[in-house]
Design a protein around this ligand. Sequence first.
Ligand code: IPM
Ligand code: MG
Length: 379
Amino acid sequence: MEVDLPRYRIAAIPGDGVGPEVHAAARSVLEAAANALEFGIDWTEILAGGAAIDAYGVAIRPEDVATAEATDAILLGAVGGPKWDDPTAKVRPEQALFALRGGLGLFANLRPVAVHPAIGAASSPLRPELVARVDLLIVRELTGGLYFGDRTEAAVGGTDRSAVDTLPYSEVEIRRVVGLAYGLARQRRQRLTSVDKANVLATSRLWRRIVEEMRSDYPDVETSHQLVDSCAMLLVKDPARFDVLVTENLFGDILSDEASMIAGSLGLLPSASLGERRTAHGTFGLYEPIHGSAPRMTGLDIANPIGTILSAAMLARWSLGREDAAAAIEAAVVAALDAGFRTADILPAEGDRSGVTAVGTTGMTQAVLDRIGVGEAVA
Ligand code: IPM
Ligand code: MG
């Protein structure tokens, strides 16, 4: 008897540099989970970033943004590279990210930092006892602030040059991301740290006032405020104290790179960018590793695919409503790490490599694939 398997639509944006390599890795892992759990995926390929600049002269075509919007989720590798790096160019690869984030209303960027004990101890520049038990989630506002405010570029040449960036935030923008962060804190350890610079910035004072107004709606969550500079210090001094951090766009960009070092490598960390739009299965979103396109690693089969593979797990959870697939992928990643597989970025120092197998992008992907569909997650 022919049975109709559930099917989901995903926009595939491999991008530039190591993007296509890590994207292919995550795609194969998601396909393996789909096979094991009997669902199907229809992929739609989209060019964005440098690849699109070369093909079409723009970082992403409006019709491709529309195509992406008509799917259940977007899985993105990374964009950018030296070839398109001229800071004065009118067309830049990052514009694709802003077109997708802004154009599709993806206002909340979730960047979880959880530490695998063996990796944190061996690869984090912080002392093992500091990184043990770290499990935090940065919720970064993604469609406002300095990234989307008006700006005036400096004139080319001349003397006494000046430039202006502006940092706008509205109540609506603050409320929706803080509300989402509160909801997530409720499902975790019920602690929310709102990060701002209220001693200097008007937008931060508005942000703080709104968090104060909202906190009584979440009496079960312990709310605190932290200035961004002292938050940056505390992330190094005592990262285990944090549960959910919520903050504006630029602060979140900076703090999430800092926090990635707690886990041991930028290559390990996933992200989800969510908006308000619901699909038939969940919340529409864009999923990408937090690392960039790493041009110098391109084509060498050395990039760590785990950040993108874990992004695919978040995609399954949030946009497809497939907690089973998300759990299977996450369990397979942990099992591959437990078995000692290590890409170069998380390889322990020589002399400290007993039980460790050094692998490249494809080797790590295979190690994860070999562990999909086993264990309790796929009963
Ligand atoms: C990120 C990246 C981007 C950002 C760059 C590539 C524009 O650093 O996703 O964190 O600043 O948002
Ligand atoms: Mg960044």
